[in-house]
Design a protein around this ligand. Structure first.
Ligand code: NMX
Ligand code: MLT
Length: 436
């Protein structure tokens, strides 16, 4: 199938039948348990949800529909002259489970370009946000302004039927993905470039190159960085704060705009997506603290301990699921080794890759002392001149919207119900276990 909607529709009956059979065969089996400690402890490791588009292995890292990042880099279609996969192709993969052909991606790119014009009033809303508002708040505001066009909301109000929810959600998802780069680029130009906007070249450039262009970056290698960046941040199975929020909010049949905007609010937290901003702030502070001292293991170790002793976390390190270095960190490191091997900030990041795990291991609290995706991304961006670190989480958000939207379309296709776990009080726990 050339058309994404038809390719997706072809997958739904088999998946629905599969799940029906699984429920019949294994419906009574226990998938995971939840101890009292886990209930108080952020439900870490509790297997209590399904999520189809990606799966995280604690040792190996993420697989998108079964494919590792290097496999995606090898197999997914690229832009002419580009070395990195197209995020449009990753979205196709996440949604359908299949590696798309170049012709399929060209058709999807045309479709996205045709959808990319912002509806009336969105730019007014963005222009009206206070200049000092954090870029993530501006992005979320922009997404909510886009909600005026939600087909799901409109059709639900008219009394659409449940079997059509996924079609409305796919429409919303495609419009959202097509329009979010311009909203995000406007946030950048408004906040940091005096509101001098650059018109979109949708249709002429691929989504990543056009996003970079609208921000004011036209070098081919920055476009390639954007392609890699938007691919690797898109999806990280279902339990992370942003993906889980999108799923939860969507389960109330809130449309894709509401759901993704809610997810973005979670991504804006410093323990989640804001960590990429925090990392660059920390690195800049570290260089200042070093002053004329040499950038060596001994001096960096001392600064890491100063961070920990001041009660702060070391941003970009640790993970709730991963127990090894994040492959998203590794592919960014490889990008840096290829494009900016002599950059001073990259050298600092490389040295910290050796120093921080030792410090965190010595401290003895963290379950994973290794770097995650956020430890590297800012250094690549600043090399190309995108130095405004408070913007970095917006880039993460544009990417995360793709993975969570793909999953949201499946949620509605599989007719997943309202998500509503049972909570208990501490008093309930005391009484419940008192006589056991
Ligand atoms: N620096 C200092 N302490 C840490 C770190 C770190 N990088 N990571 C975990 N810890 C502490 C954590 O705060 C906890 O301390 P306490 O018992 O006093 O509450 C203890 O180690 C055990 O935590 P873990 O079970 O290892 O980690 P958890 O699953 O709770 O949290 C993160 C995972 C990612 C929130 C945590 O590792 C962290 O805060 N990292 C720094 C922030 C960061 O890089 N976040 C980005 C994650 C990726 N993303 O994009 O979302
Ligand atoms: C993510 O990409 O969502 C983060 O690595 C956090 C997570 O997986 O929990």
């Amino acid at each position: 199938e050339q058309d994404l909607k038809a390719a997706f529709a072809a997958k739904v009956p088999a998946m629905t039948a599969d799940i029906k059979e699984i429920k019949e065969k294994f419906g009574d089996q226990v998938l995971g348990t939840c101890t009292v400690t886990q209930a108080y402890g952020g439900m870490r490791s509790v297997k209590a949800m399904t999520y189809e588009t990606s799966l995280l292995d604690s040792e190996e890292g993420i697989r998108f529909r079964g494919y590792t990042i290097p496999e995606c880099q090898e197999l997914l279609p690229r832009a002419p002259g580009g070395l990195e996969p197209l995020p449009e192709a990753l979205f196709w993969l996440l949604l359908t489970g299949d590696i798309p052909t170049t012709a399929q991606i060209e058709s999807l790119q045309q479709d996205l370009a045709a959808r990319s014009k912002l509806p009336a009033g969105v730019t007014d809303v963005l222009d009206a946000t206070p200049a000092g508002l954090h870029p993530m708040s501006q992005l979320t505001t922009g997404l909510l302004a886009l909600q005026q066009d939600s087909l799901m909301a409109r059709e639900y109000a008219k009394g659409t039927t449940k079997n059509l929810y996924w079609e409305h959600t796919l429409e919303d998802a495609l419009n959202l993905i097509a329009r979010m780069p311009e909203v995000a680029a406007r946030v950048y130009r408004k906040t940091f470039k005096g509101g001098k906007y650059i018109p979109s070249k949708a249709g002429e450039l691929d989504l990543s190159a056009n996003y970079a262009h609208m921000m004011g970056f036209d070098s081919p290698s920055f476009a390639d960085l954007m392609r890699l960046y938007l691919c690797i941040h898109s999806d990280h199975e279902g339990g992370n704060v942003s993906a889980h929020t999108v799923r939860l909010v969507g389960s109330a049949l809130s449309d894709a705009y509401y759901s993704v905007a809610a997810g973005m609010c979670g991504l804006a937290g410093p323990l989640h997506g804001l960590a990429n901003q925090e990392v660059l702030n920390w690195l800049i502070g570290m260089r200042k603290a070093l002053g004329d001292l040499p950038m060596n293991e001994e001096n960096l170790t001392k600064i890491c301990w100063d961070t920990l002793n001041s009660g702060k976390v070391i941003p970009g390190f640790g993970h709730a699921v991963l127990r090894k270095t994040d492959p998203r960190y590794m592919c960014q490191r490889e990008f840096a080794l290829k494009h900016l091997p002599d950059d001073e900030m990259f050298k600092l990041v490389s040295l910290l890759y050796e120093v921080v795990p030792k410090v965190l291991t010595e401290q003895g609290k963290v379950k994973n002392p290794y770097p995650n995706v956020d430890a590297h991304s800012g250094v690549l961006l600043q090399y190309y001149g995108l130095t405004e670190q408070s913007y970095y989480t917006v880039l993460f958000g544009v990417s995360r919207a793709m993975g969570t939207c793909a999953s949201l379309v499946w949620d509605r296709a599989l007719m997943l119900p309202l998500e509503r776990p049972k909570s208990v009080t501490t008093g309930w726990i005391k009484n419940h276990f008192a006589n056991k």
